[in-house]
Each structure stands twice: as structure tokens, then as C-alpha cells.
Design a protein around this ligand. Sequence first.
Ligand code: ADP
Ligand code: ASP
Ligand code: MG
Length: 396
Amino acid sequence: MQIIVQKFGGTSVATPDGREKAAAKIIQAKNEGMSVVVVVSAMGRQGEPYATDTLIGLAKGIEPAVAPREMDLLIACGEIISTIVMAQTLEKLGHPAVALTGGQAGILTDNHFGEAQIQGINPDNILQHLGEGKIVVVAGFQGITAVGDITTLGRGGSDTTATALGAALDAEMVEIYTDVDGVMAADPRIVPEAKILRELSYQEICEMANQGAKVVHPRAVAIARDKKVPVKVKSTFSEDGGTLISNGQASRVITGIAHQAGLGRVLVKAKSGSLEPAEEVKVFKLMAEAGISVDMNAISGGQVSFVVKQELLGQAGDYLLAQGFQVELVPHCCKISLIGVGMTESTGTMMRVVEALHHGHIKLLQTVDSEITISCLVPEEQMANAIKVLYREFGL
Ligand code: ADP
Ligand code: ASP
Ligand code: MG
């Protein structure tokens, strides 16, 4: 049995037109002799009745506050609704289909509600339905614990369902269908002329996803990389060939630009003079104890700086002030990252980044780099400009 997994995102399944286009891709794969497993996201985006954000909004209006277990039970409904609507679309077109929840599809997770990790997949149920000639439509973004509680895999997690099923079913290919033609060198919402990247290595896409390129979920591509599952990112709404992600070796100096908005910067100083080594430790200990994740960490000149999610900035500042530190908070920042495996072999990239941003009158708050990434923190209001400036500078 040759299996293909096709995942359709929220915008792809939101309207009858989108679902018919999705169904055409599914039926085409079936007609080519593939056994098809379809993974669907909740229908539509914020404001639409069954979208994940709408369900989260519903929960926020309930008192007392909805507990994490019940929250997952609620938001998992969005994807379950979608499976039934999609399965019926296929049935109407004459193709037998069955709708399965994540649990019914055999996806077992831990009980970390809201960010559950897949612990194993029992593919028997899916294989049985495929053996009967049915198209199997699985609810993305969810699983079930050993004691039968429904869990969700974190925002954007339907991609993870797709690649995890692809690995468990030894699929020939996982296709991620979305509302853009593939992975571009920058977010096309910001750089409309951004070019599509026809081929990407696992290393490149993992770094792009980790640095905020929203088009695929970081955990999804990590699973694909570890299990060597080939992935294509394509549009539901076009016939474009999309982006192929596989084991190839990349040598480009710069592959693309990813960004993460909604960050705040924390700068910690001593009341007088420099921070003592023990105080530097204390800063990070306080954040760890508060469960606040820190990024772009820098210790320099007797000061400590790092970024946190914008919504945690006030809390981070309060903890530090309460311990007698002098704190400077910079709200509404954006981290812009240039990603390129070939960066290690070349020189002058940092110079070009700094020069281009200065020429563009972008305020550079902080930089950090790794072997294949240079990240720059800039004010969020300058985000689009900074991305465009860097896009032009590197001729992506
Ligand atoms: P889906 O609902 O299909 O999962 P998402 O909204 O999660 O869709 O992801 C698709 C969006 O990702 C696109 O509409 C695009 O704006 C955004 N995006 C961010 N970075 C990139 C990139 N480098 N290439 C393509 N799309 C990107
Ligand atoms: N519906 C979920 C979300 O909006 C999962 C997904 O779309 O991948 O995060
Ligand atoms: Mg997505």
C-alpha cells in the first residue's frame, strides 16, 4: 500500500469552494493509486464560528476559568467538526471516507494539556479503513492520553499530526496544503514579491520554522527530519509545484528571512556599578522559577539582556524589580532572523546586515547569531521595513 498524507490548513477548509479544491487534490492522489490520509485543521480563522481562536474566545468568556483539560476538550472540537464536513464533501463526490478524531487515529500523547507531545501512534485503525478503500480524514492538532483525555499539540499543531502520521505510516510523501504557493524567502504578507524556495533541506526549514516562519510548525518539520519523511508545502488554491523539503544539502549563504513579533526586551542593571556573577545567575534563576522562557540572552559589560513574550514583559520586570535590580523594559519588539547554511563558509554577512539596517534608519536594539542564523531585534513598528531592507540587500 502506497500512502500519502495530505494536510489542509484552516483557510483551505473554511469555505465550500476551498473544500472542493481540497477534495480535488485528494481525489487526484487516490486516482493515481495512493491510499490517502487527510489531516484537517479547524475551519477558518478568528471570527469564523468553528475556528480555534473563536473557541478560545468562547472559553475566555466563561467563569470560572476553564481548566486546561477542559480547554483542550473544547478546542479539539474545531478539528473534529472539520473532519466530518470534509468527509461528507468526499462522500458527496462519490468517494467513501471516514472521519476520525486524533485518538481514534491512534495518536497517543502525554498529558501536557495545550502543548502535548506525541508519545506514539498506533496506526491499526487507519490501516484498516485504508484497506477497505476509504479515504481517512483525521482531526489535526490533537491526541489522546493513556487514560483517555483529549489533548492538543500547540498552536499550528495540525502540521505535526501530518508529519507524525507520515512517519508512523511510512508514507511516500506528506503534503502540507495552505494559502500560499510554498515556503517563500520571507513572509509574502510582508514582502509580496518574495520568491518561492523550490527545494529546502530539513536543516533550513527547521531553522526557518524555529525562527518564526509560520508556514510550517517547528515540531512538524523536526519529526520529518528525524524520520526522513519527504514533505511538500503547496497551495490548495493553485497548481503550483510548491516547495520540496528533503534531505538535500544546501549551500546558499542566505536561504530566507523569518520573523517573530510580539516580543519585549528586558535590560537588567545593578543599582550601582556592574552586576556580580551571582546576580547574573539570579536574573536567569528568577525567570526560570517563574516559567518565563527567555531568548536572545546576552551578558555583557556587567549587564544582562534578553527578550520574552510581550505578554510576560510586565511580569518579568516586576519579579526583577522586587529583587532590587534596576530594569529597563522595551515593549513591542520583533526578532528578524536571516537563515543560511552557507553563512558559516562566508564572511561579511554581519557587516551587510548592520549596514543595510543603518541605511534603512532601522533601530537595532540587539543582535545574536548562531552558526546558520543572524537575528536582529528591532522595534515592531519598523518590522516590515527592516524585513524589506534585508530582503533587498541579499537579493533574495
Ligand atoms: P494554515 O492555516 O494553512 O496552517 P498558516 O497561517 O499557519 O496556514 O500558515 C500560512 C501562512 O504563513 C501564510 O499565509 C504566510 O503569511 C505565512 N508565512 C510566514 N512566513 C512564510 C514563508 N517564509 N513562506 C510562506 N508563508 C509564510
Ligand atoms: N487549529 C489549530 C490552530 O489554529 C491547529 C492548526 O491550525 O494547525 O492552532
Ligand atoms: Mg498552520
